[in-house]
Design a protein around this ligand. Structure first.
Ligand SMILES: *Cc1c(COP(=O)(O)O)cnc(C)c1O
Length: 357
């Protein structure tokens, strides 16, 4: 509807894209993109194991071959050396068609490096930007569109901005964007450049097998007001991160997320590392103790290759992606959200220190 079109314009101006298509949610956006890119059975689509299930699942929905490349241990995004090694190992026998790189927790990947590999090995580069809306690379919030071919957004309730449920695909590619629009709404055409085709008002043709993956005007209206606040929301998340750093920065047993000077973190998540084994702390007990203090911790993420479905269907196993597995065993996500107060951050930090003793 008309409000949706306004929301798309606002997305374009915030993220610097030529085109955007609002979609019912981030997962269906990934699914649809696979259709538009014509992922085939033997095409390999790479994700890192430390991402939300939706990325790898979109590969399986399309009947293509999911594979993973391990994370680096600096910022826990996809490791580019390992990505190149994997592509080389396939040696042209199998084709890596697309790479879906997640800006995990809100920390941008090494996008210049990814861009270089894309041009060298000719794959489609997708930024799963669902965590990083409002983050910056080299001072720009428009980095995602600049470096990748397609950017996936999610406006799920927990994300940096929300429409309840919702998502979008941003791109500078006209042809693919037209196909995204076509397939997101039944593959139907109503506007014909050839006027002769217009037999009567309401005439339409179905030219491809599309779906109903639209976002409603009601949700778009919310999106329009949310995107105005995105920078403010992310600033607040950075302030909360700074508070955690002030309260917990000196505690040796917990490693806090960090980012280099050229990065403005999106802080959708606040993932910390505790070496539970070395510190002889039982992770399950630690979570229980924290919950007794009314603090709910989370984990982001259980490595996707270790999910029962992926192990059973594709034969992935423990040991396949060691950095991701190590990261997961040490990882805890602390609460971070707009309305979190300083005294609450202080309370959480004190309880962490207490429970680590
Ligand atoms: C939330 C999320 C998605 C999926 O978005 P939905 O809108 O919830 O379907 C995809 N990838 C990542 C990394 C996410 O965090």
């Amino acid at each position: 509807g008309p409000i949706g079109q306004i929301f798309e314009k606002r997305l374009n101006s915030f993220f610097g894209s030529k085109y955007s298509s609002i979609i019912s949610n981030g997962t269906s956006a990934l699914y649809l993109l696979g259709k538009v890119l014509d992922w085939k059975k033997n095409d390999i689509i790479i994700n890192s194991p430390i991402t939300f299930l939706a990325g790898p699942n979109s590969v399986v929905y399309n009947g293509s071959t999911p594979d993973f490349v391990d994370i680096n241990l600096n910022n826990f995004t996809i490791d580019l050396n390992k990505l190149e090694n994997k592509i080389k190992k396939f040696n042209g026998v199998k084709k890596v068609k697309s790479v879906i790189a997640t800006d995990y927790a809100g920390h941008p990947c090494d996008w210049e490096g990814l861009r270089y590999l894309k041009s060298k090995y000719n794959f489609t580069l997708i930024n799963d930007n669902c965590h990083a809306m409002g983050a910056k690379l080299n001072g720009s919030q428009q980095y995602a569109v600049k470096y990748s071919d397609f950017v996936i957004l999610s406006f799920h309730a927990v994300k940096n901005i929300t429409t309840g449920e919702g998502g979008a695909i941003l791109t500078n590619r006209k042809k693919e964007n037209e196909k995204i629009k076509l397939l997101s709404s039944h593959g139907l055409i109503r506007n014909f450049s050839n006027q002769k085709k217009l037999k009567y008002d309401g005439y339409y043709e179905m030219v491809d097998l599309g779906y109903n993956l639209r976002l409603s005007d009601i949700q778009s209206a919310l999106g329009i007001t949310q995107i105005k606040k995105l920078s403010k929301f992310v600033k607040k998340r950075n302030e909360i991160a700074k508070m955690y750093f002030d309260f917990l920065g000196n505690c040796e047993k917990i490693l806090l997320p960090k980012s280099s000077n050229n990065i403005y973190h999106g802080y959708h998540l606040y993932p910390c590392q505790i070496d539970f084994e070395k510190n002889k702390i039982n992770k399950k007990d630690f979570f229980k103790k924290m919950l007794k203090n009314k603090i709910k911790l989370q984990v982001h993420y259980i490595p996707v290759h270790l999910q029962p479905f992926y192990k059973k269907k594709f034969g992935f196993k423990i040991g396949d992606f060691k950095n991701a597995e190590k990261f997961f065993s040490n990882e805890i996500s602390l609460p971070i959200y707009y309305s979190l107060k300083k005294n609450e951050v202080k309370y959480i930090s004190e309880k962490i220190i207490e429970c680590l003793k």
